[in-house]
Write a new protein. Structure first.
Length: 311
């Protein structure tokens, strides 16, 4: 693997390296079973793999270095990992914030085996920066964290992330130079499972969010204090306007990933017309990819990608 340093200070800079994981080899052919494991429909493994290869190829064609940790698994590890239904949702496993690696901790027993496997490869790939890792004792899934800019991050408590985990990680975040951490506690349901199902950073000065989010307060932590604010004035104070979406088809309209400041990688199932009506977004390039089979697992493109380097 080419040598590079972990580096992410935003959600919108040019994506240089990303971690993915191929889907499991399991077919889920019974709708009731699919619902019991949190999926919206039955899933065909072959179609899911075709979707994954389309995502991987699209990223590589855009000049992004792709690391697929499924390819690195030893035989005994693979025997377990290839049975794990949600292993391709790598966003939750870890996140790079500044030059530091924050390790996630599973909030669901179904996903618990994935975390040590993925973390072992991150340690192997980035031994120099492994010393700067931070890991919570309580559940923390990284789909609940948004890097707003070099000064602030937004974290959702949600269904899978605890206040104890945030308390244990906050010092590591402040050490990277961020001055404020805003904590929001959104409704706990499948369609609000993680923060990135409800809002996303789409430009250096613009956040897109479901309209209900505007009614939630945030607890703002600094290294010395804690206070409360509403989410919109907090974002505006950090130079971010909010584009409130009053109507949206699915989470796919929000759960995209920025390839660079001009280009969004988005699902072919999304309905981005409303997004593109905003004056700041009219000239955005949309790069669409068909990941329909993978999306049946309950997440979108952002959930399937773990940025390692942005510039």
């Amino acid at each position: 693997m080419d040598s590079f340093q972990l580096n992410c200070w935003s959600e919108h800079g040019e994506l240089k390296a990303v971690m993915l994981c191929a889907p499991s080899i399991v077919d889920v052919t019974d709708l009731k079973i699919a619902e019991q494991v949190g999926w919206s429909a039955t899933v065909n493994h072959q179609k899911a793999m075709e979707n994954f290869m389309a995502l991987k190829t699209t990223l590589e064609n855009a000049g992004v270095h792709v690391l697929d940790y499924a390819r690195e698994l030893a035989h005994d590890q693979q025997l377990l990992s290839e049975q794990l239904l949600n292993r391709y949702f790598v966003r939750d496993l870890a996140c790079v914030i500044g030059n530091r690696l924050l390790l996630g901790k599973a909030g669901s027993s179904l996903r618990r085996p994935e975390y040590p496997l993925a973390h072992s490869f991150l340690e192997k790939w980035f031994p120099q920066q492994w010393l700067a890792k931070s890991q919570p004792l309580h559940s923390f899934e990284c789909g609940d964290l948004l890097i707003l800019n070099k000064d602030a991050v937004l974290i959702n408590l949600g269904m899978r992330t605890t206040i104890e985990a945030i308390e244990s990680l906050k010092e590591s975040i402040f050490q990277e130079g961020f001055s404020e951490i805003a904590i929001i506690d959104l409704p706990k349901s499948n369609d609000t499972l993680h923060l990135d199902m409800n809002c996303n950073v789409v430009n250096p000065n613009l956040v897109v969010a479901k309209s209900f989010v505007r009614h939630f307060p945030v607890q703002v932590l600094t290294a010395q204090s804690s206070r409360f604010d509403m989410v919109e004035p907090f974002l505006k104070r950090h130079g971010l306007d909010v584009y409130w979406l009053d109507s949206y088809k699915t989470i796919l309209d929000i759960n995209f990933i920025n390839l660079n400041p001009e280009t969004i990688l988005i699902s072919k199932q999304a309905t981005p017309q409303q997004l593109l009506t905003h004056p700041l977004l009219k000239n955005k390039n949309l790069l669409e990819v068909d990941v329909t089979e993978l999306e049946k697992g309950g997440g979108g493109i952002r959930c399937m990608t773990l940025p390692l380097v942005r510039t």
